[in-house]
Ligand binder design. Structure first.
Ligand SMILES: [Zn+2]
Length: 433
């Protein structure tokens, strides 16, 4: 049996107001001296640690065992009945759920937080009702998911999945030149010990992350629950264009080697290639561009920009990145400028296990909740965890599809709908052999 008798409708205990209070409490933890509205709580900063402390205190207050690992991930565990009844000798593989607590600069209140709050709500229901579950249930707040600070996304989940080493942490830097390793040490973490905190796949049965969609599919269909079947990969490039800086008045047009003109043509080439019908499903973005020396009266001598290529087809993702570099080189040649590049990050797309997609769909149907199966364009901690164990994802709607901006919004009712489906899915999985 997976459920406590008489608690078949335990999902109805999911509390909309409690969810809203948790969302508000995390949103209050934001840098106050940055430009723009929204939430700024970057990876491996004291504020991110305060958010983890909030999660830890809530879970510890419910009587769960809580631990923060060397990478800064915080995990709370509710014991399964199976281990206790077998004199502690039988270990049953655990179920997990969770998401991340860091944000991009001037981001929203829901990206990552939605899944952490769902896990806090489920832990509260489990703890206050004494809901019996056979397997250990683990509630996880991952560290440093956003790539905004160090260029690489999903750092905490990569570390537990064994996909990033302590050496990598010393080789990633933020815009002020601080290495990820130093940032981790400055908030009391231990990059040199991350190897010891890797998750053992045999210790886990399945993991489900709830997350906001960050797109418009669910809103368009007026459906509150999305079940993700695949997660896009992402190839990130740092591109540098070198031309020659000189006086804007003194240099005739035919003698210019303007790095920004080359970079602009490269940006247009990205857009053009991604819109080509042969690339249907590919998404290419130039999200950061810096012009040097940045003077009104000096022709730009150097431009740095980033390119982010996303796809759910791993071959096409890499072919697109290669094709873009070839195009950039030929554009640079014709303008007598030079282009060089560095690979900042490369993550493969993943297809999530079909049986788990089906289980989550049945969980939603059990509760009379309409759902839609869809791919994820954004990368997630689940993508890393999927390398180790069976992993699924539940999406809740994003108003107007907006994310990574202060306008990001999901109603507490929509979050509650996703949380109920997540709880039902965990109960279903708990009973699987
Ligand atoms: Zn996220």
């Amino acid at each position: 049996m997976t459920t406590t008798e008489g608690l078949d409708e335990i999902e109805s205990l999911v509390d909309v107001e409690r969810i809203q209070r948790h969302i508000d409490a995390f949103a209050a933890l934001t840098e106050t001296d940055v430009e723009g509205d929204g939430v700024t709580r970057l990876a491996y900063t004291p504020l991110e640690r305060r958010a983890h402390a909030l999660f830890r205190d809530h879970m510890a207050g419910l009587g769960l065992q809580v631990r923060t690992d060397a990478a800064g991930n915080t995990m709370a565990e509710s014991d399964g009945t199976s281990a206790a009844s077998a004199h502690g000798t039988t270990s049953v593989a655990a179920l997990g759920t969770g998401s991340h607590l860091d944000s991009v600069p001037s981001g929203g209140r829901f990206d990552g937080i939605a899944g952490v709050v769902a896990s806090m709500e489920i832990a509260e229901i489990v703890s206050t009702t004494g809901l019996r579950h056979r397997r250990p249930w683990r509630f996880v707040a991952f560290a440093a998911e956003e790539g905004a600070r160090f260029g690489q996304a999903c750092n905490g989940s990569r570390m537990v999945a064994g996909l990033t080493s302590a050496i990598d942490a010393e080789q990633l830097f933020d815009a002020s030149g601080i290495s990820m390793g130093d940032a981790m040490r400055s908030v009391g973490l231990h990059p040199e010990r991350i190897g010891a905190d890797r998750w053992a796949p045999e210790d886990w049965s399945a993991f489900i992350e709830l997350h906001i969609e960050q797109g418009v599919v669910l809103e368009d269909r007026q459906v509150n629950v999305g079940v993700v079947d695949a997660i896009s990969g992402s190839t990130r490039l740092a591109i540098r264009v070198d031309g020659r800086a000189s006086h804007t008045g003194g240099t005739p047009m035919h003698l210019r080697r303007d790095a920004l003109v080359t970079a602009s043509r490269c940006v247009l080439a990205c857009d053009e290639l991604a819109r080509d019908p042969a690339h249907h499903g590919t998404r290419v973005t130039v999200g950061r561009l810096t012009v040097h020396p940045g003077s009104i009266t000096t022709i730009p001598g150097r431009v740095d920009f980033t390119v982010d290529v996303r796809d759910i087809d791993s071959d096409r993702q890499r072919r697109t990145a290669e094709a873009l570099i070839a195009r950039f080189r030929s554009i640079a040649d014709t303008a007598r400028t030079e282009v060089s590049f560095e690979l900042m990050g490369d993550t493969s797309p993943v297809v999530l296990p079909h049986w788990l997609v089906a289980e989550i769909g049945v969980a939603a149907a059990d509760l009379g909740e309409m759902h839609q199966v869809l791919p994820s364009g954004a990368s997630h901690d689940s993508q890393q965890i999927a390398h180790l164990l069976a992993t699924g994802m539940i999406f809740v709607p994003s108003r107007d599809g907006l994310s990574h901006v202060p306008e990001e919004h999901t109603t507490a009712e929509q979050l509650a709908g996703g949380t109920r489906t997540l709880l039902r899915a965990l109960r279903r999985l708990d009973g699987r052999p």
